[in-house]
Design a protein. Structure first.
Length: 382
């Protein structure tokens, strides 16, 4: 049996998943929500946030047409919500908000005893998202499940810069160090462990990137290049983690030296992270982290397969990955990206995971350095 009463980034069936549709004019985000709804298990509920009641009503109607076999419900964030739902679209009851679709970063939902969900607010989120936890999510009630905001401790990193499983917490070192500077790193670690241990049994904090200089601009959070698997193997039973390895994919067959240099810089950082993980007793497996050359160097797109949703449960292990090849057959980089996709699939399958892809356009958010994991948030696992 999995310890589903313990808080983890990967353990337990995803029972309630959060996404947001802040702008109905963003058809790509609506498409991503629809694609997630298609592949999440039938016993999971997708909660979708809208910033305004009229948008909520319009999105509900749109999703109901698209998903005729699924009941799409709606509700107010300030009112009691049903205990069970397949897809529930909510909004503020009256006022209009300006929250983004990056639901991972502003908060951390911590479940433990099945009766309540704790919320840790993050100071590492976008400024416009920082009031989201206390103003709304700390006050919602799903069935008999109450939500409570921790008013004493902040998550010292953005939600995407945090991963945990069993007794270990992984955080992005440089952001953690900046937020813990006033009290000192050891004190920051102690505060974080105390807050998490209301729902788990954590004894160890690993500050990813501690042994190297600043992380590359395109890797602001660890969930873009590091994934926990929950798998131990070999006679030493080392814990396997998946670590990205950047590969430059050129727009045409002419190499772009600037893009190659960016990829090389990213790999210098990732190679240092690999050494750190090995020293900490982990077994890092490398998976492709494609960097697609673009017309402008700034817009070169990093396609992170690490930025995924992982589920370990008694009914089997599943990983949901963004499909960067979706609807992109005419692109000159399609074959290389398809090969990367197949490599990642085989790696997960070798670890005993069922692989499911989310078929939607993720390329339109890559220039903001995010993907599937960044725009979703597990409210609860069971």
């Amino acid at each position: 049996m999995y310890a589903s009463n313990k808080f983890s980034s990967i353990e337990g069936r995803i029972k309630t998943l959060l996404m947001a549709a802040p702008d109905l004019g963003d058809r790509d985000q609506i498409g991503r929500i629809s694609a997630v709804l298609k592949v999440v298990p039938a016993d999971a509920g997708l909660l979708v946030w809208c910033n305004f009641a009229a948008d909520r009503d319009a999105l509900q109607a749109h999703l109901q047409v698209t998903h005729k076999d699924i009941k799409i419900s709606r509700g107010d964030a300030g009112s009691p919500l049903p205990a069970e739902f397949r897809c529930l679209v909510i909004s503020p009851p009256g006022e209009k908000e300006n929250y983004s679709h990056w639901v991972r970063d502003p908060l951390l939902f911590c479940w433990g005893n099945g009766k309540s969900v704790g919320i840790l607010r993050s100071r590492g989120a976008k400024l416009e998202d920082q009031s989201w936890p206390e103003k709304y999510f700390g006050k919602i009630k799903i069935g008999n499940l109450a939500f409570t905001v921790n008013k004493e401790t902040f998550l010292p990193v953005a939600g995407g810069n945090f991963l945990c499983h069993q007794n270990t917490v992984f955080v992005g070192h440089h952001q953690f160090a900046a937020f813990a500077a006033d009290a000192g790193i050891p004190s920051g670690e102690e505060q974080l462990l105390n807050a998490l241990n209301e729902n788990g049994n954590f004894t160890r904090v690993i500050r990813i990137g501690e042994t190297v200089g600043r992380e590359p601009t395109r890797l602001p959070h660890i969930d873009l290049y590091l994934t926990l698997t929950g798998i131990r193997r070999g006679w030493r039973k080392k814990y396997v983690v998946l670590l990205g390895e950047c590969m430059a994919i050129h727009k045409d067959r002419t190499p772009d030296a600037d893009v190659d240099n960016i990829a090389a810089g990213i790999n210098r950082y990732l190679d240092a992270v690999k050494k750190q993980l090995i020293a900490e007793g982990f077994e890092p497996l490398r998976i492709p982290l494609p960097l697609i050359a673009s017309d402008t160097l700034r817009n070169a797109s990093l396609c992170s397969y690490n930025n995924c949703l992982v589920q370990r449960s008694d009914s089997g292990n599943t990983v949901w990955l963004p499909r960067y090849t979706w609807n992109r057959e005419p692109e000159p980089w399609y074959p290389a990206l398809k090969t990367a996709e197949e490599t990642v699939t085989k790696t997960w399958e070798s670890l005993g995971y069922s692989v499911q892809f989310v078929d939607a356009n993720f390329h339109s958010i890559l220039d903001e350095y995010g993907s599937l994991h960044c725009i979703t948030q597990e409210i609860r696992r069971v």
